[in-house]
Design a protein around this ligand. Structure first.
Ligand code: DGI
Ligand code: FE
Ligand code: FE
Length: 186
């Protein structure tokens, strides 16, 4: 699947606002890939596809977790985390993506995980710092991303966990494990 085909697929499945977010994530992922010596083509393709499943219904995504044999724990942490895990499955099944680097970058783009591969970190961060985002503390993450992918991932994990805790939302174990990994391996 080339970029034009990937863009066509997400244009159909995303709302305009989310499509524009996707375009910005793609630019940001390209920038980070160039800066940190990752495969720019893979970074762009993973970014284009990262939110492919964003508008599938929670009911359908829950069924997919069971059908595809994904971790059943996914069902208990709120619907927001489903689109990344089932998204990786859908781009494989529906779009024929087989590249494991791209699949895992999509799979972990919301939660992160311990010891991420370079492309996973790039998509995780690009999604967080694309220029359309405005969370508290984001400027610090943007600045840090110029110096260290690991440090920037750590800051973004810290912010996300803080946000979830404040709202008394459950934190998926991968997110905690990612935070622990990057704070213990500095
Ligand atoms: O899909 P996007 O909006 O571009 O961004 P995303 O895939 O990072 O999703 C962000 C949402 O996911 C936001 O509402 C916070 C939520 N989230 C991130 N990590 C966790 C989480 N929700 C839970 N319950 N647990 C997590 O670990
Ligand atoms: Fe997402
Ligand atoms: Fe996104």
């Amino acid at each position: 699947m080339n970029e034009a085909e990937a863009f066509a697929a997400v244009r159909k499945s995303l709302k305009q606002r989310r499509f524009e977010h996707t375009e910005r994530v793609t630019e940001e992922a390209e920038r980070l890939a160039e800066m940190y010596g990752a495969d720019v083509g893979k970074a762009r393709l993973a970014a284009i596809l990262h939110d492919y499943a964003k508008y599938r219904s929670p009911a359908e995504m829950r069924q997919t977790v069971t059908k595809a044999g994904l971790n059943r724990n996914l069902l208990y942490f709120g619907d927001e985390i489903l689109h990344s895990f089932v998204g990786a499955y859908y781009i494989m099944e529906e779009l024929g993506i087989e590249d494991e680097d791209i699949l895992s970058a999509v799979r972990y783009h919301t939660t992160g995980r311990a010891d991420m591969k370079k492309l996973e970190k790039i998509i995780f961060l690009a999604d967080y710092i694309e220029p359309g985002r405005s969370f508290p503390g984001i400027e610090e993450v943007r600045e840090t991303a110029k110096a260290s992918l690991d440090e920037a991932c750590l800051l973004s994990l810290k912010n996300t966990i803080g946000f979830l805790v404040k709202k008394k939302k459950p934190v998926y174990p991968d997110t905690f494990e990612a935070y622990n990994y990057y704070t213990m391996n500095k």
